[in-house]
Design a protein around this ligand. Structure first.
Ligand code: PLP
Length: 400
């Protein structure tokens, strides 16, 4: 549960500063707010932390994906390549802007395989969304190189590896745009919330306008007095979220350090399991360690280990059967069941391709996820809890 484990006086102090002014909106009310602009401060601090030029706070990670795809002008008739092992929001965001998500295979990082991008390429492909799942990076430099070769846009979904890096460069900053989620389960949290980052002023402006009904936020004339380029919607982050985000961001490196310590202890205990191999990391030094992933020689062994772990009080996740993280399990996606009765965008006359979510496109995901387990890594683990878990793992290992 990462950042949620550490909510305390720092978050309370930040939130109280907002409540003392009574101004809960990030915009306007300049004479009432006594210089308190938490969302703007959070955006600036987050962009500096990542080394990105621009950050825009929004209501959720899902909203961030939709705002970013809209800023990139991805839409009707387009295809967007996304990994088969993912959280469903990535697929939903593509459909929300009227485009079609195309499911692609993963590699031993458990993330999008750069080679699979080329396999799923068509004349309609506009963009690719690499997703850094379970705390650790995709082969992002290779994916960006493949995308550049074919003229594709890159939107990095970094909802799950906030603070992670490759070669010292923070995840989210490799593509044209990046997104983050701060929902309650993520590495740092604002309850609900998200953020879009980019180095492009043009893309930032488009995201900014779209996320607030087309307002261009020109400080010289004031909000709602300005010129408007296009229609938008409301995905504004509120001041209470911005306040919590500031306090959580200051704890982010501490969160990651705690997880890394606990992950090392889990890894040591798991090493006693016969035949175990660990998830491949593109850059182990940049792993945020929110999860530990490992594989067994076959499905039977993975299921047996999960049973033994459970009997010894240790929870693990078998993602191949998880309802939200593996595309072949999404019956509503496969049925083309969007929320409108006309079935858009799958039925759009602007879409000239054929939708195909069959598992023949993802042989590596089918094999790897069938024989792999994950465990969530806490930030805080008492010595007592740590002993109980490592002993549970060692007992399970001995039974294998
Ligand atoms: C959580 C998550 C999202 C969506 O974020 P919300 O803030 O919950 O809307 C998007 N992508 C991935 C990979 C996620 O894990």
């Amino acid at each position: 549960m990462a950042g949620a484990e550490l909510i305390g006086n720092e978050e309370i102090k930040e939130v109280m500063e907002v409540l003392e002014t009574g101004v809960l909106s990030r915009y306007d009310f300049h004479d009432k707010r006594k210089g308190v602009y938490k969302v703007a401060e959070f955006e600036k601090a987050f962009a500096d932390y990542l080394g990105a030029a621009h950050a825009l706070g929004v209501t959720s990670g899902s909203a961030a994906l939709k705002v970013a795809l809209t800023a990139l002008d991805v839409g009707h008739g387009d295809e967007v390549i996304v990994p088969a092992f993912d959280f469903i929001a990535t697929y939903e965001s593509v459909l929300e802007v009227g485009a079609i998500p195309v499911m692609a295979d993963i590699d031993d990082t458990f993330n999008l395989d750069p080679g699979a991008v080329e396999k799923r390429l068509t004349s309609r492909t506009r963009a690719v969304i690499p997703v850094h799942m379970c705390g650790s990076a995709a082969r992002i430099e290779e994916i960006v190189a493949v995308a550049r070769k074919h003229g594709l846009l890159v939107l990095e979904d970094n909802a799950q590896a906030c603070g992670g890096s490759v070669g010292g460069k923070k995840l989210g900053t490799f593509g044209d745009m990046g997104i983050f989620s701060f929902d309650y389960y993520k590495t740092m949290t604002t309850g609900e919330g998200g953020l879009v980052i980019t180095d492009s002023k043009r893309l930032y402006d488009r995201a900014d306008w779209y996320h607030d009904h087309g307002h261009d936020h020109n400080p010289a004339v004031g909000r709602a007095q300005e010129g408007r380029s296009f229609l938008g919607f409301n995905y504004r982050m509120g001041e209470l979220q911005g306040a919590v985000g500031l306090a959580q961001l200051r704890k982010l490196d501490e969160i990651i350090a705690g997880q890394r310590r606990n992950k090392a202890a889990l890894r040591e205990a798991l090493s006693t399991v016969p035949g175990i191999t660990f998830r491949e990391h593109v850059d182990p030094a940049g792993d945020t360690a929110t999860f530990i992933g490992f594989s067994l020689p076959d499905e039977r062994a993975a299921r047996a280990l999960q049973g033994e772990l459970k009997d010894n009080g240790v929870d693990s996740i078998y993602y191949k059967e998880n309802a939200w993280h593996y595309a072949p399990r999404w019956e509503h996606l496969i049925a083309g069941a969007t929320a409108n009765s006309k079935g858009y965008p799958f039925t759009s006359p602007l879409y000239t391709g054929t939708v195909d979510y069959s598992v023949e496109h993802i042989p590596h995901a089918e094999d790897l996820l069938a024989r792999s387990l994950f465990m969530a890594v806490p930030v805080i683990m008492t010595d007592e809890r740590s002993r109980a878990v490592t002993q549970g793992i060692e007992k399970a290992a001995a039974a294998m």
